[in-house]
Design a protein around this ligand. Structure first.
Ligand SMILES: [Zn+2]
Ligand SMILES: [Zn+2]
Length: 839
């Protein structure tokens, strides 16, 4: 998660368990939980949300596309606080300035004569009012919406909303009809849409899509069969379907549908509850993308950034017919609501949030398209700006992914600290609609410096020489080495980053190529390596905590290696029983999916005493980062960690070794490393099985047998060699005339054999030279010289030089190691010549 300076307040409300219990008692059962383990959100700041444990979430849903400019946006907050002290409420039967200032600004955002503004309290209320306006104006009663649409949840709107999951088994009011869903991914006629991402295998028409006429034909069939001729009141459509799963219609559909409806006497109502206020990036309103101008526009959600506020905007002419009866709205557009609405409009303008939605949304969609290539479970990626949908399917089909699988992925994303929503007819579409203040600055950064460097690269303790560049960025997502965790590797655009080092409060990125100073670069981290480090590092926190708490075995340091890691324990011994108990308990906690969260404290925070800080460094920053594993452990740390122990998968202690004086190193593996190591062991075992031609359970027995056999064989060989030596000695002694010298080169001779020969020839007055070869090293071996001193003196130096031998004379015998037996024949000749000359 990218860093933020924001520090949430400590939470002091009812506990998670208390809230859980209260929900069961007081909340209607129709309000379901979004997650198996629901989140209790207690504070928000811009795109961030915090739960009761202080865990931070990236909010990619904005409370159902409602938080448009950011949670507790300072400008909106300030405006509301100011208004709170002036006037809360009158009624719009009177006049108050805020509502007038606001409606003027809002109307200015709409095209043409759309400038009569009704302020109400919710989207449902807005759509209900719109049905009334359309009926009053046209005098017609029938209203058409699209299949899979959502327009509200009041009993009179249940017919307008065309999604089965909202339908109760009671009749809906008459006069609602649902046209065929013009869905490029699931619809019968396919189609292409206004997005950088198209449905797989779709057409790519320039201008209007060829499928549009087919869907419009279906709408015409509905009008021709179910509605009195030319007597339709309105056609309602979201500009991009929201709850329906971010469905965009084929290009040109809304335009043609509006023309057809108009011909049949009806109005076109654009439901901009989710798509309005700049979210789609290219335009302020979603309908503008379709090149249409509605007769009525309804809006809610993002209009108030979470404050209850909604609106219906129409023309003076349409609104005029509504004046035939009395109308008022108690809360709609009261001073507080109007103040918030005005501040939200101004923030969108001042902070360029529409443009930001376009830039970040496009980036986001492209990243999702990359994911789609790697993961066939992603059937479709679609959307515009920050209105994004990801439809999950059974890989290789269009069959919606089973709910339980979608649930698991959804839960996992939440556990990783990201909140997204679900939608679509099959509840298999992830909806990503974050506050529009979300930035990509967290991944994009500016190059501040680029300098040549010759500092070496150190990876898992191995140093290699390096010559290249060190790059400083405005901010980085790449983790520099620290806290026992090795550095990340990754890319800046396409340039590889081989090492990241912390220097003071800066991170240096080592690359082979230079990068121009001042340009923006896209950062990418090698995620496999990072996640592996997160697993080992979080595993270390867990191991150290349990060893200390349950066994009084404190950790003094730790090491994360390329294959194995270890914790250094302040004890000379760790028993087998302690190891097993620790491993079992750690794995139990992993299976219990204990959350891991980050708590930020000020350095003078009294809470800090709880944390196991091991002494703060002298240059300690003002804020301290504490990693909490449930209520099991708190530890000050700057590294990267998993957000739930379940992500460790498994922990395995693979051995205890004596470490530095008085310490023991406990070697361990976490997650993927366990399977990788197991795989290597399996391969070794397979190789051994091939060699031993026996099943693995018999290996030990067989090897023991082989070792015993070798021992017996060696013993027998020994005896044979000694007999052979005696035989050789007797042969020499028995020959006439008795030889003056013996030259014996037996490659396979053992020390025992040589000893026996020398002993047998001792005192015979013969010069003896024995040469044998080392069985493991060709051309190397042993030489032994024994005999009368005069001969030894005359020949000794020449022989040792020839055979490149090292050794010493001792008790009238030279014993040494020869390193070049290649000259052994020359040596034999030398000895022969020497003794021939003597005679
Ligand atoms: Zn097309
Ligand atoms: Zn850590």
């Amino acid at each position: 998660m990218p860093p933020t300076d924001f520090v949430p307040r400590p939470y002091t409300g009812p506990s998670y368990q208390q809230v859980e219990q209260m929900k069961g008692v007081y909340m209607p059962p129709s309000i379901t939980n979004a997650y198996k383990k629901p989140v209790l959100l207690t504070q928000g700041h811009m795109q961030w949300l915090y739960d009761n444990d202080g865990k931070r979430y990236l909010d990619l849903f904005g409370g159902i596309v409602t938080v448009s400019v950011g949670h507790c946006h300072p400008k909106v907050n300030a405006a509301l606080k100011d208004q709170l002290d002036v006037l809360w409420h009158t009624t719009n039967l009177y006049r108050h300035p805020k509502i007038y200032e606001y409606v003027e600004q809002l109307a200015a955002k709409l095209p043409g004569d759309l400038n009569v503004v009704y302020l109400v309290n919710s989207g449902s209320e807005a759509n209900e009012l719109a049905t009334l306006l359309a009926k009053a104006y046209t005098g017609n009663l029938d209203i058409i919406s699209l299949q899979t649409s959502y327009h509200g949840y009041t009993s009179s709107l249940m017919g307008l909303t065309a999604t089965q999951s909202y339908r109760m088994a009671i009749p809906v009011p008459p006069g609602f009809y649902h046209a065929v869903h013009p869905d490029p991914f699931r619809g019968a006629f396919g189609g292409c849409r206004d997005s950088i991402s198209q449905a797989p295998g779709s057409c790519s028409c320039t201008g209007e899509c060829i499928s549009t006429d087919k869907y419009v034909h279906q709408l015409n069939e509905l009008l021709g069969n179910s509605v009195p001729a030319g007597r339709v009141a309105a056609f309602f459509a979201e500009s991009i379907q929201g709850a329906g799963g971010v469905v965009q219609f084929p290009k040109g559909y809304l335009k043609k549908a509006q023309e057809l409806i108009k011909k049949n006497g009806g109005l076109y109502v654009a439901d901009e509850v989710q798509t309005g206020f700049g979210r789609t990036g290219d335009h302020f309103w979603g309908f503008e993308t379709h090149g249409v101008k509605p007769d009525i526009v309804t809006m809610a959600k993002g209009i108030g950034n979470g404050f209850p506020l909604a609106a219906v905007v129409t023309t003076k002419e349409i609104a005029a017919n509504h004046a035939k009866a009395a109308y008022f709205n108690t809360f709609g557009g009261n001073p507080m609501a109007s103040t918030v609405g005005k501040a939200v409009l101004e923030v969108i303008e001042e902070e360029g949030l529409q443009q930001n939605s376009k830039v970040v949304g496009e980036y986001f969609i492209r990243q999702l398209m990359d994911l789609q290539k790697q993961h066939p479970v992603i059937g479709d990626v679609r959307g515009q700006g920050l209105m994004i949908g990801v439809e999950l399917v059974e890989p290789g089909t269009k069959t919606p992914l089973t709910t339980s699988k979608v649930n698991d992925i959804h839960e996992n994303i939440k556990d990783n600290g990201v909140l997204i929503a679900r939608g679509g007819r099959f509840n298999n579409v992830f909806r990503i609609k974050p506050p529009m203040c979300i930035t990509k600055q967290d991944y994009q950064s500016k190059v501040l410096r680029c300098e040549p460097t010759k500092e070496p690269i150190v990876d898992y303790g191995k140093t290699s020489l390096f010559e290249g560049f060190q790059i400083t960025l405005e901010n980085t997502i790449l983790f520099p080495a620290g806290g026992g965790q090795p550095h990340d590797i990754g890319w800046l655009n396409d340039v590889e980053v081989l090492q990241v080092l912390r220097k003071g409060d800066e991170a240096l990125h080592f690359t082979r190529e230079p990068i121009d100073v001042g340009i923006e670069v896209k950062q990418k981290v090698n995620w496999n390596r990072r996640f592996d480090h997160m697993q080992q590092h979080s595993g270390q926190h867990l191991l150290s905590a349990i060893l200390e708490k349950h066994h009084s075995l404190p950790t003094t340091s730790w090491w994360l290696g390329a294959d194995e890691s270890y914790v250094e324990i302040d004890s000379t011994k760790v028993s087998e029983q302690q190891i097993n108990a620790t491993e079992n308990y750690c794995n139990e906690l992993i299976r219990a999916a204990v959350p891991v969260s980050v708590k930020i404290c000020k350095s003078n925070d009294p809470d800090l005493n709880e944390a196991h800080t091991r002494g703060l460094p002298k240059d300690c920053m003002e804020t301290i980062r504490i990693i909490c594993i449930g209520d099991i452990d708190e530890n000050m740390c700057c590294g990267t960690h998993v957000s739930n122990l379940s992500q460790l998968q498994i922990i395995k202690i693979i051995g205890a070794e004596p470490g530095k004086k008085g310490k023991t190193n406990l070697k361990f593996l976490v997650g993927e490393r366990v399977t990788k190591t197991f795989q290597r062991m399996l391969e070794r075992e397979k190789a051994l099985t091939g060699l031993l031609k026996n099943e693995p359970t018999k290996h030990e027995e067989l090897v023991q047998k082989l070792q015993k056999n070798i021992k017996t064989t060696n013993k027998n060989l020994q005896n044979v060699l000694i007999e052979l030596a005696e035989f050789e000695v007797n042969k020499i002694k028995g020959s006439t005339p008795k030889p003056k010298y013996v030259f014996m080169f037996k490659r396979e001779a053992t020390p025992e054999f040589n000893r026996a020969v020398l002993k047998g020839l001792e005192g015979e007055g013969m010069f003896v030279l024995l040469v044998s070869e080392d069985p493991d090293r060709a051309k190397e071996g042993q030489i032994i010289i024994q005999g009368p001193e005069e001969h030894c003196k005359a020949l000794g130096d020449m022989i040792t030089e020839m055979l490149k031998a090292k050794g010493a004379f001792k008790n009238g015998r030279f014993q040494g190691k020869a390193s070049d037996l290649g000259a052994v024949n020359k040596c034999k000749k030398l000895v022969e010549d020497y003794f021939n000359k003597l005679t």
